[in-house]
Ligand binder design. Structure first.
Ligand SMILES: Nc1ncnc2c1ncn2[C@@H]1O[C@H](COP(=O)(O)OP(=O)(O)OP(=O)(O)O)[C@@H](O)[C@H]1O
Ligand SMILES: [Mg+2]
Length: 362
């Protein structure tokens, strides 16, 4: 059994055993306000519109979706960097949504983050030793010598060494800087790391190295990841489950293999269509399906109903009336699409096609 399979099975066992998730986001809303010159609220932009997801201890949830779909807004709400305007965020025994004045140290030490841009996320005036030991200085009673020893070990784990301790961020490549950021995030052995596009700024071979590093550290230390990316294929290998966002909504969520191989929501299919496949027949099928899709009205935002309906080749009258509920998908997870409705009564359409992708060319 591979490390990934073992990890996925361990997570599934915890979920089956009824263990409460480590992170539980329910009907989360994040709203940004435009303000007038006097600072008064003049208009709302609803970036996250009722998103629910959970992550178990040790689990990796991939959060994917196109630019502007609200991925970072969810991440930043979890990190307490933006306030939620509705719904709840629960982490371990803490109600994070209710903590309007910032998180207590115990929460801050258990949730860490790695961001996209290793050039701006590391303080250029600090040495690597300062960067990696900062969390230990703030949250532990370790003395300087013990912190330095911990930093050496943390650097070793991300394939850097003691000789790097006194250097500054500008002396490193992008990939090395991201290793330093990861070492710092690991310093307190957090329970959850929010990874917001941790490899998007890196070249492809460095991306693979960092993903492998994250994968290896996750399996060694057993923490949970919320891994954000545009690219479903990239998260497919490391995530146990994948959640797909579109215009502030989570439209599909399920086991990574199932979502990747049998995407149930038309938007997930469109997202996957962008991924080159090694199997030429599957690639041809996807291209044919994509070419028949109506995408001309993509820019219109649907305020009621399914957010994807204006781009969806399967759109039906009921898609405009109400957001589809989360229907179970054969082989795991849910998708918010009326094509998955179990009975004709629910949609006015024939029953779901037994787990085949809607509109599949096969
Ligand atoms: N501080 C802000 N003020 C106003 N609008 C914002 C703010 N931050 C984000 N937005 C808007 O909210 C929407 C969601 O943004 P968010 O950064 O969460 O998307 P994302 O999925 O992370 O996108 P990307 O893949 O480009 O990082 C976007 O339309 C964005 O322009
Ligand atoms: Mg983002």
């Amino acid at each position: 059994m591979s490390g990934a399979e073992a990890s996925a099975k361990a997570v599934a066992r915890r979920a089956d055993a009824g263990q409460r998730p480590l992170l539980e986001i329910s009907e989360l809303q994040v709203t940004y306000w435009r303000r007038s010159l006097l600072g008064l609220r003049s208009g709302a932009f609803h970036a996250v519109r009722g998103a629910s997801l959970s992550i178990h201890a040790g689990e990796t949830l991939g959060l994917v979706g196109e630019s502007g779909s609200g991925k970072s807004s969810i991440a930043n709400a979890v990190l307490g960097l933006v306030p939620s305007s509705g719904g709840s965020i629960r982490f371990a025994d803490h109600d994070l949504g209710a903590m309007k004045k910032g998180y207590p140290p115990v929460v801050r030490s258990q949730i860490q983050a790695v961001f996209q841009d290793p050039y701006s996320s590391l303080n250029p005036s600090m040495t690597v030793e300062d960067i990696v030991t900062e969390p230990l200085r703030v949250h532990t009673t370790l003395d300087r010598k013990a912190r330095r020893a911990a930093a050496v070990e943390l650097l070793r784990r991300v394939s850097l060494s003691e000789e790097h301790l006194q250097r500054h961020p500008h002396q490193f490549s992008g990939g090395q800087r991201q290793r330093i950021a990861i070492a710092s995030a690991l310093a307190l052995q957090p329970k959850l790391i929010v990874l917001d596009e941790p490899v998007s700024a890196l070249d492809v071979s460095t991306q693979n190295q960092i993903i492998n590093l994250l994968y290896e550290r996750r399996d060694a230390l057993g923490m949970a990841y919320l891994l954000i990316a545009h690219d479903l294929a990239l998260v497919h290998h490391i995530a146990d489950r994948i959640a797909v966002m579109y215009l502030g909504h989570i439209v599909e969520i399920g086991p990574s293999e199932r979502v990747f191989k049998s995407p149930a929501h038309p938007y997930t299919r469109a997202l996957l269509d962008a991924v080159p496949l090694l199997d030429p027949q599957l690639q041809r099928q996807r291209r044919a399906a994509r070419n028949s899709a109506a995408t001309s009205d993509a820019a219109r935002v649907a305020d009621t109903g399914c957010p994807y309906r204006n781009r969806c080749v399967h759109a039906m009258p009921q898609c405009a009336r109400a957001m589809p509920p989360a229907y179970p998908v054969p082989d795991g997870g849910t998708a918010n699409c009326y094509l998955l409705a179990p009975t004709p009564d629910a949609t006015g359409m024939p029953p779901a096609n037994g787990g085949q992708r809607p509109g599949s060319a096969s």
